[in-house]
Design a protein around this ligand. Structure first.
Ligand code: F6P
Length: 372
């Protein structure tokens, strides 16, 4: 879609969503648009598929007016679409022979955005997206970040929207697996998302009442996991429910991954449940085992009320930062309030589950084994 032209002198702000989608993205977009409407001299636009909308010829940029944003906060996904293949720092440029050449298009992007007349940009995305925000800011772009990830693995914010929704979806599925595990005296393995951080698995294990929780931060000893399972089968019949992060790995072992799609920076995780199942059998687990890989179900559908609220507040705050010309910052939720941090701080370190943290100790207190 071509960018709308106007004779009035308005400040224009460009919004985009990058990386994997996440419940709550639309609530952020609506929050920005609604808050901006209170200022008479601002107009909000959205770039389709992250920055690709700016690179497209013609550009794919839409006006985020009342009609485009009304009621979208209840919808999953993102009305602006997204991609994890459009990193302008390492842009995969398709070549005539079908291969990709990686080039840096950041300066070109900044120039294009300025030429299109945008005063500011709001980039809604995870750590990768915020590193892009930082690089663009260093090249002179007025940019503000909004953190997004179901993995909740950014240390600059106590919570990211989408996480609670993902945990609820995983917990609902876990509950269903408990009743079938019990009926068949089986070991049920449920694999959840969590590339490097085990937050979704840990919260689901506590909420659902798992016997075993395996996460990337705590490599597991398969013999200890089998020992824990066997304890539950002491009387002959038992059942066990395991939650495993897609990024979990055995001690001295590797994560289950396959090559990413062409142009993607990441390997694809998924399938650790099957690997674990085989390892359990090899290590002497005699019970029947079944595997469930939840996958992208965790990222789909309507956000929970909590995530709608957090995302809406992030949207309002992001626009207000733009209004105050506080660029180079990322919105954050800290100590029960909405604030912001510099993009540099925002991307400094991820938030991983700490083996000695209160939450892991409490989980162990509840009888959950980590295989350590
Ligand atoms: O970072 C969020 C996340 O959902 C990870 O937990 C997962 O590994 C990844 O995205 C999956 O990405 P894709 O949608 O590209 O398969």
């Amino acid at each position: 879609m071509e960018i709308a032209t106007t004779m009035e002198k308005k400040n224009k702000i460009l919004v985009l969503t990058g990386g994997g989608d996440c419940p709550g993205l639309n609530a952020v977009i609506r929050g920005i648009a609604k808050r901006a409407r209170k200022e008479k001299d601002w107009e909000v636009y959205g770039s389709i598929e992250a920055f690709n909308g700016v690179f497209s010829e013609p550009t794919e940029i839409i006006k985020l007016n009342r009609r485009a944003t009304a009621g979208i906060h209840v919808r999953g996904g993102t009305i602006l679409k997204t991609t994890n293949k459009g990193n302008p720092m390492k842009f995969p440029m398709p070549q005539p022979d079908g291969t990709f050449k990686i080039i840096d298009r950041t300066q070109e992007l900044v120039d294009r955005i300025k030429k299109l007349g945008f005063e500011a940009v709001i980039n809604i995305g995870g750590d990768g997206s915020q590193r892009i925000s930082q690089a663009l800011h260093e090249k002179g772009l007025n940019i503000i970040g909004v953190p997004k990830t179901i993995d909740n693995d950014l240390s600059a914010t106590d919570l990211t929207f989408g996480f609670q929704t993902a945990v609820q979806i995983a917990t609902d599925s876990f509950d269903k697996l408990v009743t079938t595990a019990e009926s068949h005296h089986r070991v049920m393995i449920m694999e959840v998302m969590g590339r490097d951080a085990g937050w979704i698995a840990l919260h689901t294990a506590i909420a659902g009442g798992a016997e075993v929780c395996l996460i990337p931060e705590i490599p597991y000893d398969i013999n200890k996991v089998v020992k824990r399972i066997n304890l539950r089968y002491r009387g002959g019949r038992g059942f066990v429910n395991i939650v495993v992060s897609e990024g979990a790995k055995p001690k001295d072992g590797t994560v289950t991954a396959t090559a990413g799609e062409k142009g993607s920076e990441h390997v694809r995780l998924g399938g650790v449940a099957y690997q674990l199942s085989r390892q359990l059998k090899d290590a002497g687990c005699h019970a029947e085992i079944r595997e469930t890989v939840l996958g992208h179900v965790q990222r789909g559908g309507s956000p929970l009320a909590f995530d709608r609220v957090l995302a809406s507040l992030f949207g309002v705050h992001a626009f207000e930062l733009a209004l105050q010309k506080k660029f180079g910052r990322m919105v954050s939720y800290k100590n029960n309030t909405i604030t912001s941090v510099t993009l540099e701080e925002a991307t400094k370190e991820p938030s991983f589950v700490n083996k000695s943290s209160y939450i892991v100790k409490a989980a162990k207190g509840l009888g959950i084994a980590f295989g350590d």
